[in-house]
Write a protein that binds this ligand. Structure first.
Ligand SMILES: NC(=O)c1ccc[n+]([C@@H]2O[C@H](COP(=O)([O-])OP(=O)(O)OC[C@H]3O[C@@H](n4cnc5c(N)ncnc54)[C@H](OP(=O)(O)O)[C@@H]3O)[C@@H](O)[C@H]2O)c1
Length: 395
């Protein structure tokens, strides 16, 4: 499969230096690829450049030998991005933890249970955890969470402290403090003309408004942090808090920022490992019943193009939803069955409840960036072909 993107052209970036944070990730790898294709010099930040699974696919990109520079940076280390960003014309901030599971997911529940049994079986461990968490709490680490939520569960406070502090440390802090850390480096560097922030439709959908087939969601919507908490949508909470903090910081410090809000992203993988948003597609082709859930979907190459256009078009401003189509997972099962009729794809939902309704997402602003969306059918085929190419599946 070719990694070049037709129709995007080459050469606009000649002589310009830009930074991409979290460059080893699924979306960021495509942004780096496209920037190199357009002639930019790319400073790619990685948490662990010594890990070949994170680095090698970037080094293989066309133009990498001449114009790709690798920097080590961690979202949680103050000033970590200074050297990568200093002297750049533009910054693409994509790095953020991506975990789309909700708390009542079996995998998260089993994690919760394993904390519970460790604490119940081992009082010394429990006491140590409790002491550490009290110190963290006193230092304000838990400040984004509401104490009543913890107190309601008074019978097992330690478990909830553990869970909440883990959420804070693993998801909320890297997203929120990490974004501010990157923006602080941008504010220090007068060369930076624009920052493109990778936010998410998760920072849009969770208002008080219903999501039904007649509703058209647009960029004026902004998720409410309390709603995300109520719904236990922790990833959405992290993206909502991060984008909100980013706009406040950018406005206060005169940073020209544009945010990109993709829905679930699929399409070919450049990195060797399966990322969160393509996982459900792998699960369906492996014969699992489809989830009773509805998501918007978009091709990873269209998301990368949107980032570059948002950077290059001087009049681009504000937020851009990037969504091709909103569908129930039953639609994935149908399309995948049509594409691969010999596979044992189940025409069965994982529960017997009525299907969650769909909604619509406005394409008006995305189209003003010149985005021509790849149809979901093509995106799903490209995703599965990429699994085959990387021997993630063998059929
Ligand atoms: N995929 C989607 O469907 C989707 C949809 C909407 C928005 N987004 C957003 O798009 C961005 C990229 O997502 P993705 O799907 O490409 O996910 P991904 O493949 O998991 O990439 C996430 C990147 O963030 C980096 N990262 C995480 N924690 C970090 C830390 N503490 N310090 C430095 N880097 C850290 C990861 O580094 P390591 O590799 O070292 O872990 C990785 O490079 C995220 O901001 C995500 O919220 C994704």
């Amino acid at each position: 499969m070719s990694n070049s993107i037709a129709g995007i052209g080459t050469g606009n970036g000649n002589g310009k230096v830009v930074c991409v944070t979290g460059a080893s990730g699924y979306i960021a790898s495509w942004i780096v690829n496209l920037l190199l294709q357009r002639g930019y010099t790319v400073r790619a930040t990685l948490r662990d450049p010594s890990n070949p699974k994170k680095l090698d696919h970037l080094l293989k990109l066309h133009g990498a030998k001449e114009r790709l520079q690798i920097f080590k940076a961690d979202l949680l280390e103050d000033g970590s991005f200074d050297s990568a960003i200093d002297g750049c014309d533009g910054v693409f901030h994509t790095a953020s933890p991506v975990t789309l599971r909700v708390v009542n997911d079996p995998q998260v529940a089993s994690f919760h249970n394993s904390i519970r049994s460790s604490l119940v079986d081992n009082p010394l461990f429990a006491a140590t955890v409790f002491a550490v968490l009290c110190i963290m709490s006193l230092r304000g680490v838990l400040s984004n969470f509401h104490c009543p939520v913890l107190l309601k569960q008074a019978q097992l406070p330690i478990i909830h402290f553990s869970f909440v502090s883990l959420l804070q440390a693993e998801l909320i802090d890297p997203a929120v403090k990490g974004t501010l850390n990157v923006l602080q480096s941008c504010a220090k560097s007068p060369s930076v003309k624009r920052v493109v922030l990778t936010s998410s439709i998760s920072a849009v959908l969770f208002t008080d408004r219903p999501l039904t087939p007649d509703v058209v969601v647009d960029e004026t919507w902004f998720s409410d942090a309390d709603n995300c908490t109520k719904l236990e949508r922790w990833y959405s909470l992290s993206k909502t808090l991060a984008e909100d903090a980013a706009w406040k910081f950018a406005n206060k410090n005169g940073i020209d920022m544009v945010s990109i809000l993709p829905s679930m992203v699929a399409g070919p993988l450049l990195q060797p490992e399966v990322n969160e948003s393509v996982e459900p597609i792998l699960s369906i082709i492996n014969g699992a019943p489809f989830p009773n859930r509805v998501f918007g979907w978009v091709n990873v190459k269209d998301v990368a193009i949107a980032h570059i256009q948002a950077y290059e078009i001087p009049t681009a401003s504000g937020r851009y939803l990037i969504v091709e189509r909103v569908v129930h997972y039953s639609e994935h099962a149908r399309i995948l069955h049509d594409l691969y009729p010999t596979l044992q794809i189940k025409d069965k939902c994982e529960d017997d409840k009525p299907f969650v309704p769909t909604y619509q997402v406005s394409k008006e602003k995305a189209e003003s960036l010149g985005i021509e969306f790849t149809p979901l059918e093509v995106t799903l085929k490209e995703t599965v072909e990429s699994f085959r190419e990387k021997n993630i599946v063998n059929f």
